[in-house]
Design a protein around this ligand. Structure first.
Ligand code: FAD
Length: 405
């Protein structure tokens, strides 16, 4: 068993950004990051891969290259938590101890909850931008489709990047319109939820695109089964089960807390996510535990943009706790969802708790509720660069935490 000042579970967007932020503030901290994968992904780029804008490899870098130099990388998966003993057990049975723990293992894609989906993916016109290896297949399908029915599904909340299922659809429609085949394709958006997008201010702009592309919008429709060979999808609707044929299906899986977290004493009873205060990100029962990113119980939009704001909050508050003080930095629930409504224009949703709009730019520059060319440049050029060179390196442009008095 080894001991560290801080142990971080997960080397994704939230985990790496937190480690970098902590080391910027206190270079001599002994930090261990538990992360089993050898690749780190910029997942927000997968929408662009599916839309034929990015090549997949630009969204992937070796994990070793994003690990902060002074952090210890433990290439294992965490298997269980023993917070009473300040201990984490890894998948090989070994243990590590900490003074302070940060939990950021992301959210689990529960493909298995849709019958037949896993076997169907990557063939027979069934795809998903939610997987690195499948996002290029989305673009392949879009390029080749000339007529027929294209279905885009969205599972119940919570999911990461709630706008991603419709982003895939708009970019597909834009490509079909460009090629002059959109009229020959029946496009359906089948959403398990009851609204097109959760924050009302952005809905009118999105509805304009739904109308422009002639999309058939179907709400409260949950994808429950896929038959790849027969090219049919079954949805649970208020009127009962409905099976429809498709030529292309972009499916988004239901998403759940990682199992090892959900069954631990750190979990929130109903959701299974790590149960933290929504402002300080400190655990509600264990003062030396913090949580952030998609695995946190906080009711924000689960996005890398949220993790970018949360990481410095966790860093400031974790150091306070290590120093015997109370957490003072407060997270406002910021999350962002750049909705790619067409190639070259984006509706830039930015909002915090209770749907409060939190725009990063003055309205005269970018009105987030309207499609905008500058927002497209932000998504296609600026944000990937900010992710790799700012967020993952502990540079906190635009996200300096506000500290309570
Ligand atoms: P992740 O980045 O997923 O990292 C979790 C890490 O934990 C992984 O490296 C994993 O290997 C590791 N891990 C898992 N289990 C264990 C374990 N047992 N032990 C140790 N480590 C473990 N966000 C935006 O801001 N804007 C967007 O436009 C956007 N678009 C998206 C489009 C798509 C298609 C997808 C899939 C996501 C999108 N997101 C977007 C969401 C964004 O990618 C996530 O919100 C963000 O990556 C969350 O960071 P995280 O660190 O919580 O989780």
């Amino acid at each position: 068993s080894s001991t560290h000042d801080i142990v971080i579970i997960g080397g994704g967007a939230g985990g790496i950004a937190t480690a970098a932020s902590l080391l910027k503030r206190r270079p001599l901290l002994d930090i261990a990051i538990v992360e089993p994968q050898t690749e780190h992904y910029y997942q927000p780029g997968w929408t662009m891969v599916g839309g034929g804008v990015f090549d997949a490899p630009v969204t992937c870098r070796p994990m070793a290259s994003v690990m902060p130099e002074r952090a210890h990388w433990i290439r294992r998966a965490a298997a269980s938590f023993q917070p009473e003993a300040n201990r984490v057990t890894l998948d090989d049975g070994s243990t590590i101890e900490y003074k302070l723990l940060v939990v950021a293992p992301g959210i689990r894609l529960a493909w298995e909850q849709i019958k037949g989906l896993e076997e169907a993916l990557g063939r027979n016109g069934v795809t998903s931008n939610y997987r690195y290896d499948l996002a290029p297949y989305t673009w392949e399908l879009v390029r080749n489709l000339k007529s027929g029915r294209a279905i885009f599904s969205q599972p119940p909340m919570p999911i990461k990047c709630a706008g991603a299922p419709q982003k895939a659809m708009y970019l597909s429609c834009d490509a079909w319109a460009e090629r002059g085949v959109l009229d020959a394709i029946d496009v359906e958006f089948r959403n398990a939820g009851g609204v097109l997008f959760g924050v009302e201010a952005y809905v009118p702009a999105l509805m304009d695109y739904v109308a422009r592309y002639g999309i058939d919008l179907k709400l409260q429709q949950k994808l429950v089964a896929v038959d790849g060979e027969a090219k049919t999808a079954t949805f649970e609707t208020i009127e009962g089960a409905e099976t429809v044929s498709f030529d292309m299906l972009h499916a988004v899986p239901p998403q759940v807390a990682p199992d090892f977290l959900a069954r631990s004493s750190l979990a929130q009873a109903d959701s299974g996510f790590v149960e933290v205060d929504k402002h300080t990100l400190q655990h509600l029962r264990f003062a030396n535990v913090f949580g952030l990113g998609d695995a946190a119980s906080t009711p924000n939009a689960k996005t890398a943009a949220a993790a970018r704001k949360q990481a410095p909050i966790v860093a400031v508050n974790a150091l306070a706790v290590l120093d015997g003080r109370k957490p003072s930095a407060l997270y406002d629930g910021y999350g962002s969802c750049p909705l790619t409504v067409e190639r070259g224009r984006i509706v830039l949703a930015e909002f915090g708790y209770d749907g409060k709009l939190l725009p990063s730019f003055p309205r005269w520059l970018i009105d987030g509720t309207k499609p905008h060319r500058l927002s497209w440049l932000l998504k296609s050029e600026a944000l990937p660069w900010i992710y790799w060179n700012g967020m993952l390196k502990g540079h906190e442009w635009l996200v300096k935490p506000k500290e309570a008095a």
